[in-house]
Design a protein around this ligand. Structure first.
Ligand SMILES: Cc1cc2nc3c(=O)[nH]c(=O)nc-3n(C[C@H](O)[C@H](O)[C@H](O)COP(=O)(O)OP(=O)(O)OC[C@H]3O[C@@H](n4cnc5c(N)ncnc54)[C@H](O)[C@@H]3O)c2cc1C
Length: 396
């Protein structure tokens, strides 16, 4: 077997960093080309479900993640209008049922753990402040010109993986690919220091509050030192980016007729940011010869099942497996990766969209939903999601 070619990965987000580790474990050198000059400290919390935790543990990262993540006590679902409790799932049930816990972590903390693992490896190079400028394809590989602030560099590589997010530039290199689509919903978010959080919410629970055309999620981050709050509303706003400045009076007004606990949360005078929720149809092509897409670039989904980062992490594991299975034929390995991932991702993508529609119901439909949640109990609700959380890389 000849020397394995380098795989160039565009983007050092959760997907790109995990992919580099997985690709290197498969015996390939990886070069990550990240547009930002530093890994950004922005982004709110990420929920790490057992299917994602399993992949990260296989990469040897479980201890580092456990040290920075929080394992809440319970997930509680409540009516946004009355505050009545509809369902409470003890979080210990996740580890008992799936062998891995359910954790919440700040996006920047997860990125830091992954980046530290990347930097420890000699077979991965991380280039910040750079982007892929031009690609010349030959039968036996690619010449890739990388533009950096301090000059250009040309690399030879066996393939490119576009892990450059929902507004991916790499996607344009895939014939027939679909662009990002707005959903008409925005996510408003803030992080409230625990001392300033409303007393009734200053605890170690994930709270989900449901109401017509909106919902709100909060959970502890930074080992319980702060509460991450995300409010999803229907709103005509479609600027790309993750951190548009936002006037919290809008969100306070939007939730003015909700119960007092929610009103207290959305009145927090901490800085608020918002982003437009965009999606990418996962049925579009992910691979074209030696170029493939991964994570949000391939299949950005609505965040209502909290599976966006988890799907990027799963993608990375399967990409590594595919390259290990076809080390001498990168295009075949990339095709194998896409074929292994598309059916599952499409299923999760659709389930996330349906979940959002349930959350935002009003009137009789909302009463029926609340009745089902009150009577179902945690085991039945978790059981409905077994297919998401039980996933293991070897299944693909
Ligand atoms: C700054 C930021 C904040 C976020 N905040 C939230 C949040 O609060 N809530 C939430 O649910 N999701 C958030 N996300 C999205 C969430 O992290 C992803 O849905 C999920 O982790 C899947 O990750 P990904 O690696 O596919 O894409 P991303 O996490 O979007 O990572 C893409 C990476 O590619 C880089 N990049 C983009 N274009 C290029 C290019 N042309 N060349 C090289 N590099 C490029 C970006 O700088 C980024 O580092 C955020 C993403 C980012 C980048």
């Amino acid at each position: 077997m000849g020397e394995r070619p380098t795989i160039v990965i565009a983007g050092a987000g959760i997907g790109g960093l995990t992919a580099a580790l997985s690709v290197a474990d498969a015996g390939f050198d990886a070069v990550i080309v990240e547009r930002s000059v530093e890994l950004l400290e922005i982004g709110a919390g990420i929920q790490l479900s057992p299917n994602a935790g399993r992949v990260l543990a296989a990469l040897g990262l479980d201890d580092a993640i456990a040290a920075t993540a929080t394992e809440p006590v319970a997930i509680t679902v409540r009516s946004g209008s009355t505050g009545a409790s509809l369902l409470s799932i003890p979080v210990a049930a996740f580890a008992a049922r799936y062998g891995f816990p359910y954790r919440v972590i700040h996006r920047a903390d997860l990125q830091t753990v992954l980046a530290a693992a990347v930097r420890r490896r000699t077979d991965i190079r991380l280039i910040l402040g750079a982007r892929i400028d031009d690609v010349l394809a030959r039968d036996d590989g690619l010449f890739i010109r990388i533009r950096r602030a301090d000059g250009n560099e040309v690399l030879t590589a066996g393939g490119i993986v576009g892990a450059d997010g929902v507004w991916s530039e790499t996607r344009a290199r895939i014939a027939g690919s679909h662009g990002a689509m707005p959903t008409g919903r925005t996510a408003w978010r803030t992080v409230i220091p625990i001392d300033s959080a409303p007393a009734s919410l200053a605890n170690d629970r994930v709270g989900l509050w449901l109401g017509p055309r909106a919902h709100l999620v909060h959970y502890p981050v930074a080992h319980g030192a702060a509460v991450n709050v995300v409010a999803i509303v229907e709103e005509a706003f479609d600027k790309p980016g993750w951190a548009a400045r936002a006037d919290h009076r809008f969100v306070a007004e939007r939730f003015a007729d909700w119960c007092p606990e929610v009103r207290a949360l959305v009145s927090a005078p901490t800085p608020w940011q918002k982003f437009a929720i965009n999606v990418v149809d996962p049925s579009g092509p992910w691979v074209d010869g030696r170029t493939a897409l991964l994570g949000d670039a391939a299949h950005a989904m609505v965040p209502f099942l909290a599976q966006g980062a988890a799907m990027a992490i799963e993608d990375a594991a399967v990409l590594g497996q595919a390259l290990a299975a076809r080390p001498d034929d990168v295009p075949a390995a990339l095709a194998l990766y896409a074929a292994g991932r598309k059916p599952r991702v499409a299923q999760v993508w659709k389930a996330a969209r349906r979940t959002g529609d349930h959350y935002h119901q009003g009137g009789l439909m909302a009463s029926a939903r609340d009745f089902i949640l009150r009577t179902a109990g945690p085991n039945l609700v978790l059981g409905r999601n077994d297919w998401i959380y039980r996933w293991e890389a070897g299944q693909a």
